[in-house]
Design a protein around this ligand. Structure first.
Ligand SMILES: [Zn+2]
Length: 258
């Protein structure tokens, strides 16, 4: 076994370092800031663009860590793809992949995922994972965004009523399917909790669902919810729908009262 060690180390090196460069990024250019290493192709982005993109990312990160009240000192490996319409963040390492379409609209959603995964872990509920990222997005006009979130909730209720599908089931039973409305609904609900109870309470709720199996999620979360917020999940959900949303958007959510 002893004389296999150098071979294993060499093998580990190749496995490690080969997988660190995603397909299509060998020999790509790199732009480095305090918290980002941006990999890009010069045929797609010029140096002025990359500088602007990098500065924006630093500002978005700063804003997210301020809201979350955390320190984040890691470097996020950021791969800018030339084509496509998707973006994603890894949950086990600070690495994001973004296409040009996303970069132009970048509101920090993927950065938020990275910071949350690193600082709080990976919550078992997709509602929570996406909701907290949506809550941390930067949008220039906050009231409008809030309105859009809530309007999305309103639109969502048309089918959610029909299916008896509430925030509770999407969150606690993991029936979240990843539609745009569900993203906005999750973001709006967590935003409401953070506004009323503070960011530390939302972080606590998030952390309570890390590593919890899907079959135990509802029971665990409902129990923890009362401890953190001093009201039941159902009461918070009802208040959010019938009072908070109603105050903000008035008649638009009337279908929720039917
Ligand atoms: Zn996301």
């Amino acid at each position: 076994m002893k004389n296999l060690t150098p071979i294993l180390i060499l093998l580990a090196f190749f496995l490690c370092c080969d997988s660190q460069v995603p397909a299509g990024f060998k020999g790509a250019s790199v732009y480095r800031t305090a918290n980002f290493r941006i990999h890009f192709h010069e045929a797609t982005y010029n140096s002025q663009e990359i500088q602007t993109i990098a500065q924006k990312k630093e500002r978005l990160l700063q804003r997210i860590t301020n809201i979350l009240q955390v320190d984040f000192n890691k470097v996020i490996e950021t791969y800018l793809h030339s084509t496509g319409y998707v973006s994603y963040a890894y949950s086990d390492r600070p690495e994001v992949h973004e296409t040009r379409y996303y970069v132009e609209e970048d509101n920090g959603h993927e950065i938020a995922h990275i910071v949350v995964f690193d600082k709080l872990g990976y919550n078992s509920s997709q509602f929570m994972v996406e909701g907290i990222a949506v809550m941390l997005e930067y949008n220039r006009l906050d009231p409008i965004t809030t309105f859009q979130n809530l309007f999305a909730f309103n639109r969502n209720c048309y089918y959610s009523m029909g299916h008896g599908n509430t925030i509770g089931s999407r969150f606690l039973d993991n029936t979240f399917t990843g539609s745009w409305y569900e993203y906005k609904e999750a973001g709006a609900f967590l935003y409401y909790l953070s506004q009323v109870y503070g960011i530390e309470a939302v972080k606590e709720l998030y952390k309570a669902g890390v590593g919890v199996s899907k079959s135990n999620f509802r029971e665990t979360t409902e129990m923890v919810f009362v401890e953190i917020f001093d009201i039941s999940f159902k009461e918070a959900e009802t208040y959010f729908v019938h009072t908070y949303l109603h105050t903000v958007i008035g008649h638009l959510n009337h279908c929720l009262y039917d």
